[in-house]
Every structure is written in C-alpha cells, then in structure tokens.
Design a protein. Structure first.
Length: 135
C-alpha cells in the first residue's frame, strides 16, 4: 500500500482538509487511484468552500486482509475516513469494517463498482465527508 502519497498544497485551510484512506481489492488496482482522483476533483468543486481530500493511503488488498490491518493504517495516517471499492475486496472485509465503523464512530463507506464514475454518487459521498473531522 502507498502511504501519504502526496503533500498537501500550501495554504490549504486546515478546516477544508479531509484525510481519507482508500482501500480496494486486487481486481480494482487500476480503478483505485482513478476513483480517488475523481472524488478529489468533485470535492474541490462541489461547494463554495472547496474540500481537499488528502489521499492518506491507497491500499490494495492482496490476499486475506483483516479489518484490524485496515484500521491500523487508518490510525497511523490520522485519517478521517475509509472509502472502500466494494467489488473484489477479501471476503467479509467490507462488513467487518462497517461494523467496526459503527461501533467506533469511524466513517466507512463501500462504493459499488457501478457508482465509481457517477458524479451524483461522488457528490453524496463528499457531502457526507464535509461532516468529518478536519485536518
């Protein structure tokens, strides 16, 4: 997995930054960076106050990965949320993370493949992320 893959642009107001961990299964390896970039571009343009999504980690799950491994990455990067590309994740991982997210009040969203290129779905996700802790 790639951790902290980009610097945050200078002068980005801290209250507009959301650190996000993006997670996908091996079949979605190509789609992961594209979706993260697409979501970031939507976040930057959807409201009067652009939101900057920091790709704190782009993690591709090779083989079995546990929810605790993803959560460790989430905590290490001080992220505000976890976005999963649902298709191709190791069995049960999305459900485990959703349960832990509910229990620990962590923002976890699984995005179905058919929504990866939909601007409306991205806008809904961005609006939810506006409520997350800022950097």
């Amino acid at each position: 997995s790639q951790v902290d893959p980009e610097p945050i642009p200078d002068k980005t107001p801290k209250d507009q930054i959301r650190r996000i961990v993006f997670v996908a299964g091996a079949p979605q390896r190509e789609a992961l960076p594209k979706f993260a970039k697409f979501l970031g571009s939507v976040a930057a343009t959807v409201s009067k106050r652009p939101m900057y999504l920091h790709k704190s980690a782009l993690a591709v799950c090779e083989g079995a990965v546990s929810a605790s491994e993803v959560l460790a990455l989430f905590q290490k990067t001080n992220a505000a949320g976890i976005i999963l590309l649902a298709e191709g994740l190791p069995g049960g991982l999305a459900d485990q993370l959703a349960k832990v997210g509910d229990a620990q009040d962590i923002f976890v969203r699984a995005v179905p493949t058919e929504d990866l290129a939909k601007r409306t779905a991205a806008i809904d996700l961005v609006i939810d992320m506006m409520l997350l802790k800022a950097d």
